[in-house]
Design a protein around this ligand. Structure first.
Ligand SMILES: NC(=O)c1ccc[n+]([C@@H]2O[C@H](COP(=O)([O-])OP(=O)(O)OC[C@H]3O[C@@H](n4cnc5c(N)ncnc54)[C@H](OP(=O)(O)O)[C@@H]3O)[C@@H](O)[C@H]2O)c1
Length: 513
């Protein structure tokens, strides 16, 4: 792919837009001067990105005219006015529109662009795209897509191919049906925050057992990276890797079970389901948010250390690198570890819930009308569906699988099974191979209600068992997930080695549950 051919613009350079812009350059796919970035208020963007050679403008029309690939990165509440403002310059036969906007369907976007002929790709990346480590889910058609004219279908395929090339360089990408983009928002885009929280919780446990904050974060983050690498590169199920570090009566299984008793897996599953439900309604509701200022640029180091209050602001760490001294970070971290985390967490949650719903102050009806009048003839009358409601999230396979894993160590996702089968068959030491063959799991049917019920039962059981401690379960509520650690039992987590035979796994799982 030549970058000349696919000149690119990012419309709406906030958190994810900036991360994408950085990723495009860090990947070597584009030079900064080949990328056009837009924002209504460009002052900060000029300073942070203009100085690095990016083309910065508040003029979306200009950006679209100069690009083939247009990546739309505004919030759901800002989307309509942006699309209406560019519809007159979008050429369905030329442009590829990639939308990362949560909840807005391809039909929604087509309607606003005034043409069903525009090749629109939905993409759901996460902020690790900055370092070319994003998981990005792509969709160009839904399950019930009715094929249009051949040339339109061809355009869609080309748009998807271009998107795959870009997002594969910016990490890893998979193509899904459009209905799965909402669940993907929860698992992939929100998901990175869940793992940040897990890293933070681990580091807080680490501090409690004797590590300085910065060492604890480093150890926790690298350990998380190692775990992800083992799953991705090794191709094994996480539980298989867990079995390798859990010695009978050892400290790892003691720590793991303690976490499960406190609802670790349940909290993660519930959080993902809740995020997916929320994501489904983001565009259709388009709630205005309180007029709080969103801060986009924070020094990466500050984010790492700013554990309890990090998420009260937006979290892109792209523009200002390392502007705070290490000693300041250390001091802040110590203070935060002492502060009242419950309160901060609550603020965090509220802030996160509203950040993507900023009111769109620049919505200008008059200019919209003018642009509509100027729309070129090539725009065909819209044949796209006018339904603005995002379809409800399809039953997410991954979530179901997570739940299964909680109950059975033999569980393995269809996806992971698909990708791992070859590897596992090649490995005679893999004790799961036989079980996998014996247990043909039917395609999981996800049922939120039954998960809810199961979770409610488990929660009530745990609450009784723990004598009222259930409310603090999950590690995210009070920011002190590591506090109940028994120092002797929770330390380590690795290094015990030794594989157990399958029958021992079942034993262990009974204990875990
Ligand atoms: N953040 C993530 O990790 C992530 C991941 C995947 C998907 N997403 C989705 O991506 C979208 C953006 O999220 P975000 O977190 O990046 O939001 P954000 O930080 O608020 O960024 C939105 C940006 O759009 C700009 N903008 C608004 N209207 C504009 C217009 N008419 N023309 C040009 N720029 C305009 C805003 O700046 P001005 O006000 O100065 O114009 C702002 O910088 C959301 O739909 C979100 O769901 C986010």
């Amino acid at each position: 792919m030549t970058t000349e051919q696919h000149s690119i613009s990012v419309l709406g350079c906030g958190n994810i837009g900036l991360s994408i812009a950085h990723g495009l350059v860090n990947s070597g796919l584009y030079k900064s001067n080949q990328i056009i970035l837009t924002k209504r208020n460009t002052e900060s963007l000029e300073k942070s990105m203009g100085s690095k050679g990016f083309q910065v403008t508040a003029d979306n029309n200009l950006a679209v005219k100069k690009s083939k690939v247009v990546i739309v990165c505004v919030t759901p509440a800002q989307l309509d006015s942006l699309l209406e403002s560019i519809r007159s310059v979008i050429n369905p036969k030329y442009h590829v529109v990639i939308s990362v906007v949560s909840g807005a369907s391809i039909d929604d976007i087509s309607v606003k662009l005034g043409s069903s002929g525009v090749a629109i790709v939905r993409a759901m990346p996460n902020t690790a795209i900055q370092y070319c480590q994003s998981m990005t889910c792509l969709a160009v058609r839904g399950t019930h897509h009715v094929a249009g004219r051949a040339e339109i279908e061809e355009r869609k395929d080309q748009a998807l191919a271009i998107s795959e090339k870009i997002f594969n360089v910016l990490g890893n990408c998979i193509v899904l049906k459009e209905e799965q983009i909402v669940p993907a928002t929860a698992l992939c885009a929100c998901g990175i925050a869940f793992f940040f929280r897990a890293i933070r919780a681990a580091s807080q446990g680490g501090i409690e057992i004797g590590f300085h904050a910065e060492d604890a974060i480093k150890i926790a983050a690298q350990t998380a990276k190692g775990a992800a690498t083992l799953v991705l590169e090794g191709g094994y199920h996480p539980e298989y890797e867990i079995d390798k570090v859990t010695t009978p009566m050892g400290c790892t299984i003691a720590g793991l079970n303690q976490m499960e008793h406190n609802g670790f897996s349940s909290a993660m599953i519930k959080g993902i389901v809740t995020s997916a439900e929320k994501a489904a309604s983001l565009y259709s509701k388009k709630q205005p948010a309180p007029s709080t200022t969103t801060h986009h640029h924070h020094a990466p180091q500050a984010h790492q250390q700013d554990s309890a209050s990090t998420t009260t602001t937006s979290t892109t760490s792209t523009a200002n690198n390392n502007t705070e001294s290490k000693s300041n970070n250390k001091r802040r971290t110590r203070n935060q570890n002492k502060s009242t985390r419950n309160q901060q967490q609550q603020q965090t949650t509220e802030s996160n819930n509203t950040q993507q719903e900023k009111p769109d102050s620049n919505n200008n009806d008059q200019s919209h009308e003018q642009q509509q009048e100027q729309a070129p003839e090539q725009h065909q009358p819209s044949t796209a569906s006018s339904e603005n409601n995002e379809q409800q999230p399809q039953q997410p396979q991954q979530q179901q699988q997570s739940h299964q894993n909680n109950n059975s160590r033999r569980g393995k996702s269809n996806n992971s099974r698909r990708s791992n089968t070859k590897k596992e068959q090649e490995d005679p030491n893999n004790p799961w191979k036989k079980q996998e063959n014996n247990h043909q799991h039917p395609a999981p049917v996800y049922d939120v209600n039954s998960v809810d019920e199961a979770l409610a039962k488990a929660r009530s059981r745990n609450t009784h068992q723990q004598n009222g401690r259930g409310n603090r379960r999950g590690g995210s509520g009070d920011g002190g997930g590591g506090r109940r650690h028994n120092g002797n039992n929770s330390r380590g987590g690795g290094g015990e080695g030794g594989r157990r035979q399958p029958h021992q796994h079942q034993h262990q799982q009974q204990e875990a549950n």
